[in-house]
Every structure is written in C-alpha cells, then in structure tokens.
Design a protein. Sequence first.
Length: 154
Amino acid sequence: MSQQHTAYYASEIGMLQISGTEEGISSVCFVDDPKPRVVQVHQCLQSCVAQLGEYFGGKRREFSIPLLLTGTSFEKQVWQALRAIPYGQTKSYGDIARAIGHEKAARAVGNANRRNRLAVIIPCHRVIGSDGSLTGYASGIWRKEWLLKHERAL
C-alpha cells in the first residue's frame, strides 16, 4: 500500500485538506484549522490542488483526477450519479435515487451523500430537497449555497 500524503488548499469558503496516495485522492474535506502544517505539496496531490484552484477560479467545471473511493456498492453508485450532475445544475435526492434504479431510496441517497469524503470533487452540494430547499450538507449549508451560487454565476 502506498504512503498517504496530505496537502491543503485555501478556498474562499475555508481550508480544504486533501489526502491521497500515488494511486489517487482519497479525501477532500473542509477543516477548521486555518494553519496547515504541510508546506510542500507531494507530487501525487499537485494535480488535485491545481484543479481545485481552477474550480474556485471559475476555470474548471469537471475534475479529472484519479479517486480512491471507499464505500458500499450503493454509495459508489450514488457518488457516480452525483458526478453526472452538470455543473451549475441541481438534482433532488429522489432524482438520484431514480437515476440509480432505487426510486424509493431518497433517504439512503442522503446518507450516501453524508459519507462522501470528496467534497467539491464529488459534487454532493448539487443535491437539494424535492421542494428546492438546500438541505443536508456536512460542511455547512452556507458552503453549499456558496458553491451553487459560484457555479451558477459562471
């Protein structure tokens, strides 16, 4: 197994901690610690850091980095469906459940979203309530709102 490396990206909405190995990125999550301890970015994380910069800079709509997904087969189906939501658009939890062939599993889709360890990269911020409300974002509804406005503005 490859060695795990960590890097940080300071976004407009908080510090993102990126973790991964030579095989791919295993997590991107918002952290409260504003002072990262890692100064030099390992080569295996450089593309992720650069692509996050392009995303937040309005120049990237999709990510093209290798990912290391850890989850159940259902969760992986959900995360794949999330990656298919076009930039700047939203889908409901029910839409995602229907898209993966489990039309009554909207609540389970919400649970899979909550277990997504790749914030922004796997865009669970694009999933909203069936009534259009912004619900359930582990990194804070205010971040979800910011990300959606960021994408819609471009």
